[in-house]
Design a protein around this ligand. Sequence first.
Ligand SMILES: [Zn+2]
Length: 473
Amino acid sequence: MSATITLEEVVKLLKNRGFIFPSSEIYGGLSAAYDYGPLGIQLRRNIERSWWKHFVENRPDVYGLDTAIFMNPKVWQASGHTEHFTDPLIECKSCHFRFRPDKLVDEALRKTDKKVGSISPTDHAGLAQALDDYKINCPQCAKHDFTDIRDFNSLFETNQGVVKESESIIYLRGEIAQGMFVNFKNIEQSMRAKLPFGIAQQGKAFRNEVTVKRFIFRTREFNLMEIEYFTWPAQADKDFATWKNAVLNWYTQEIGIDAKHLTWREQNPAERAHYSAGTFDLEYAFPWGDDEIGAIANRTDFDLKNHQKHSGVDMTVTNPQTNEKIIPYVIEPTFGIDRVFLAVIMDALEIIEGGRAGTDASKHTQELVLHLAPALAPVQIAILPLSKKDELVEPARKLQTTLSTKYRTELDITQSIGKRYRRQDEIGTPFCITIDFETAKDKKVTVRDRDTMKQDRVALAELEPYFQKKFKQ
Ligand SMILES: [Zn+2]
């Protein structure tokens, strides 16, 4: 990531290049709602697929699951969400904008040597005091005149069925974890699973956030990937440490994020969820500072115990050594997909002032290169015939048909070759093939490497082993 990059530049690039569009843009958009375009959804799926392969398919002890967004409302009572899933809220008396006081305080703390999160979101008096102490003004109108802090439940409510009555209230899930807890016994029995084992799922969650900002970083509808790893209470600390490493390895080795940009930050007891016996946030070095893209928590037996109490269903397992019945502990690694997506883009993006020396004679004031890992790139090989003439486009189409059985390809016949290279660099395509007038005679093409700009003349017959080697590296 280059130091000069701003979030605004990234937002513009992602829109212009077909990664992310504002939702319902022709009607002026909707606050904090975004659509993934053709290249964006391909990149996101590639990240999700890497995660699924690494944590589900490659592990004999983790089972995949996909649960409904709508659940019996009793789930959210048992989990404490209907009562405790609240955020503190204040309103500016002057401009009537609403804010999260804890977030305002955290932003102020980031600029001091005091620790972020040292005041609990439930400590209304402490937050009010901090707003005064740090002279925090309304971010909208810069006045310092706030209402009292009150709690705001962030569960989205809707009605199921045709009659709008209180009995028909149903929630959009506020987290994907509960779907896995309520299926604990189903998985244990149907899969004959023995502790320790994990359940993994990916999917949407919804929170009626008071403040939304920073593009896809904080939105009301978002995508999560999570593992609930059920284990013996005595083994929980050890498994916590093992998972912490496994999570970091995925980020650095599978999706190419620089370890230098990732930090584990231990949540202090004041900011930790009430059920947690320990939580670390994984923070990425965004342009606005280190911020959370994932976390790992020891949720203890809190969730299964509550579901046992409220549902009356036995959630215990028997220890084969002692014959003792226990409720398993849960280690929970969480990944915010949209945030991971943003971190992947930020980490891969390089801005080169003055441009790179290339085949294009014209001088560029600025070039963008997205150094995505070849496995993640939405387009892996671009095929660029040097002319629009049939004698070059025909063999280009043929080559695309062959390569697309193994790789994500794109055929581009518009504009000058220099401009086409720029576009492929900006969308992160690792390799471009040019077909020229010599190709028909010598049966060779030129392959250009995105990162080194080195060009190889490769025989068509040798392309398959050539790319097999390149994509293995
Ligand atoms: Zn204001």
